[in-house]
Design a protein around this ligand. Structure first.
Ligand SMILES: CC(C)(COP(=O)(O)OP(=O)(O)OC[C@H]1O[C@@H](n2cnc3c(N)ncnc32)[C@H](O)[C@@H]1OP(=O)(O)O)[C@@H](O)C(=O)NCCC(=O)NCCS
Length: 177
């Protein structure tokens, strides 16, 4: 079984960060951009190791989601991936087992934008699909992000979530969700 370790970005060796990035490049078949990787930095990483090799990664970073009239402190999950030949052995679950306590311990809710294939993975862990319209607070004001509707999942911590309401994320370069 893989060994999962957690650390803030600041405490990970550059070589570990490079290995995690390389893993995600493989997992997402070259579709992981520099911006996608940058979105996964600045929070707590869970890194899965096997025989000195990084075989899984995920991180939680802080964002603000505007929900029900409040800007809620949100633990946003980024860069979750397990090496293809190591899937189905509990590594993904072990990564989330390491990250969800960070969310529960420090944030009002958890959130993430999922790939189509991972929906069932998160749903089985109690994450809920956001059913309402999604938007982002851009430099030009609030703008709808219709392509992300239905692909956002949340984990309630301190607040009750009205899943049919509007959900608005803070601004960042490239993919906002
Ligand atoms: C999604 C992913 C991280 C899951 O990792 P994994 O190591 O294969 O997952 P696990 O073996 O820990 O599975 C844990 C549980 O989730 C289930 N599960 C895993 N992937 C699933 C999926 N895509 N759909 C439904 N259930 C899934 C497993 O059957 C298992 O259930 P069990 O506890 O009842 O046995 C992995 O498939 C992956 O890297 N996918 C490609 C990248 C990706 O889509 N990442 C998500 C970005 S949001």
């Amino acid at each position: 079984m893989a060994d999962v370790r957690t650390a803030h970005t600041a405490y990970l060796e550059p070589s570990v960060l490079r290995a995690a990035r390389a893993l995600l490049d493989d997992v997402f078949a070259g579709e992981m951009t520099d911006a996608d990787w940058e979105h996964a930095l600045g929070g707590i990483h869970a890194v899965a190791w096997e025989d000195g090799t990084v075989i899984g990664h995920g991180s939680v970073i802080q964002r603000r989601l505007w929900l029900g009239g409040r800007a809620l402190r949100t633990g946003y999950v980024e860069g979750v991936g397990v090496r293809a030949d190591r899937r189905g052995r509990g590594v993904g679950a072990a990564l989330m087992d390491a990250l969800e306590p960070v969310i529960r311990g420090a944030y009002d809710l958890g959130a993430l934008g999922t790939t189509e294939m991972a929906r069932g993975f998160y749903e089985a862990r109690g994450w809920q699909r956001w059913k309402g319209p999604s938007s982002a607070l851009t430099p030009r004001g609030i703008e709808r992000t219709p392509d992300d509707d239905g692909g956002i999942y949340v984990l309630a911590v301190t607040v009750e979530l009205a899943l049919a309401d509007e959900i608005v994320c803070d601004w960042r370069d490239a993919d906002v969700w």
